[in-house]
Design a protein around this ligand. Structure first.
Ligand SMILES: Nc1nc2c(ncn2[C@@H]2O[C@H](COP(=O)(O)OP(=O)(O)OP(=O)(O)O)[C@@H](O)[C@H]2O)c(=O)[nH]1
Ligand SMILES: [Mg+2]
Length: 277
C-alpha cells in the first residue's frame, strides 16, 4: 500500500518556520522514540543548518530503555545534543535545562552585559510527536492545544517560561516518501492522518512487521501464540478473540484492525520500538 500525506497547511507551516528562523536561537526537535529515524524530516536540514538543535526523544514511556539507550549512543557519537522525555508526565524541566546548557555561552555573554534576555526556541517535529504537550508541560499550563491525532496545531504560537520563549509549530512531513517503510511507521505512530490509508491494509502491514520485531505482543494483548497464518488471518483471529463479529458471525476484521493500531499507539501491546539504530 502506497502512503502519501502532505496537505497544504504543511507547506504554509514550513514557510512560516523559515520566516521565523532568524528570530530563534535554537530548535527543539521532537522525535517519537518509537520511530526515531522516520521522525527525521529531510526538509528540516534547511532549518537546522547553522542553528543549535536540542533533540527530544519523546514518548519514552512507550519504549524499552535499553533499546532507547542505543539511540542515545548513536546521537552521542554523532555529536547531537539530546534529552529524553515523557511529555504526558507533566515534568519536562530537563528540556529547559538542556536548552539553557546548549545556549550557555550566549546567556553568559548577556549576563555579563547585565542584559536580561530570553532564549528563543522553535519547537519542530512530525505531526503528533508531542510538541504542544511538551510545551504545556514546560510552562506548567495547558495553553497549547493538543490531541491524539496529527494536525492539531495550526499557525504559530509563542509561549514563555523561566527565561525561554518557545514557538510551537504545526507538525510537518515532506512531499514524497521515497522509503515507504518510513511512511508506514509514521502512520502506525499516528503522524499521518487516519483515512489517508485503508485501515485494514495498514493493520495487516503492521501485524506482519510486529510478527518479526515483537511476536509476543499478540500473546500479551490477545492471547494469540505461535500464529503462522497470513496477517489478514491474524486480524480475523484478533476479531474472534475480542468477540468482534459482523452479522452471520463473520469476524469484524475492520474493527480488529482499528483496535490493533490503537492498542499499539496507546502502548497496550507493550513497549515496542519500530526502529533500532
Ligand atoms: N504516551 C505518551 N503520549 C504522549 C506523550 N507526549 C504526548 N503524548 C500524546 O501524543 C498526542 C499528541 O500530542 P500533541 O502535543 O498534540 O502533539 P503535536 O506534536 O503538538 O501534534 P501536532 O500539533 O498535530 O503536530 C496527545 O494525545 C498526547 O497526549 C508521551 O510522552 N507519552
Ligand atoms: Mg501541536
Amino acid at each position: 500500500m502506497y502512503i502519501q500525506w502532505f496537505p497544504g497547511h504543511m507547506t504554509k507551516a514550513i514557510r512560516m518556520m523559515e520566516d521565523n528562523l532568524r528570530l530563534v536561537d535554537a530548535l527543539i526537535y521532537v522525535i517519537d522514540a518509537r520511530a526515531v529515524s522516520s521522525c527525521i524530516n529531510p526538509l528540516f536540514s534547511r532549518l537546522t543548518s547553522g542553528k543549535r538543535v536540542l533533540y527530544v526523544f519523546n514518548k519514552c514511556d512507550l519504549v524499552n530503555s535499553s533499546e532507547l539507550a542505543r539511540w542515545c549512543d548513536r546521537f552521542k557519537r554523532e555529536g547531537k545534543d539530546f534529552v529524553k522525555a515523557v511529555g504526558v508526565s507533566g515534568d519536562c524541566s530537563q528540556i529547559v535545562a538542556g536548552l539553557k546548557a546548549l545556549m550557555s555561552d550566549k546567556l553568559e555573554k548577556y549576563a555579563k552585559k547585565g542584559a536580561n534576555v530570553s532564549v528563543r526556541a522553535m519547537v519542530v517535529g512530525v505531526p503528533n510527536s508531542g510538541k504542544s504537550t511538551i510545551i504545556n508541560s514546560m510552562i506548567k499550563r495547558a495553553k497549547a492545544v493538543t490531541g491524539d491525532r496529527p494536525g492539531v496545531t495550526r499557525g504559530k504560537q509563542w509561549l514563555s517560561v523561566d527565561g525561554v520563549d518557545f514557538l510551537d509549530t504545526p507538525g510537518t512531513l515532506w512531499g514524497k516518501f521515497e522509503d515507504q517503510s518510513v511512511a508506514h511507521h509514521l502512520a502506525y505512530i499516528g503522524s499521518i492522518k487516519d483515512g489517508i490509508s485503508d485501515v485494514s491494509e495498514l493493520a495487516c502491514d503492521f501485524a506482519q512487521e510486529l510478527q518479526t520485531i515483537c511476536p509476543s505482543a499478540f500473546n500479551t494483548r490477545y492471547g494469540i501464540t505461535d500464529f503462522d497464518g497470513t496477517s489478514y488471518e491474524l486480524l480475523q483471529e484478533i476479531a474472534l478473540k475480542r468477540g468482534f463479529k459482523l452479522r452471520a458471525d463473520e469476524p469484524d476484521t475492520e474493527r480488529a484492525a482499528k483496535t490493533l493500531i490503537d492498542d499499539f499507539r496507546k502502548g497496550r501491546l507493550g513497549k515496542i520500538m519500530l526502529e533500532l539504530p
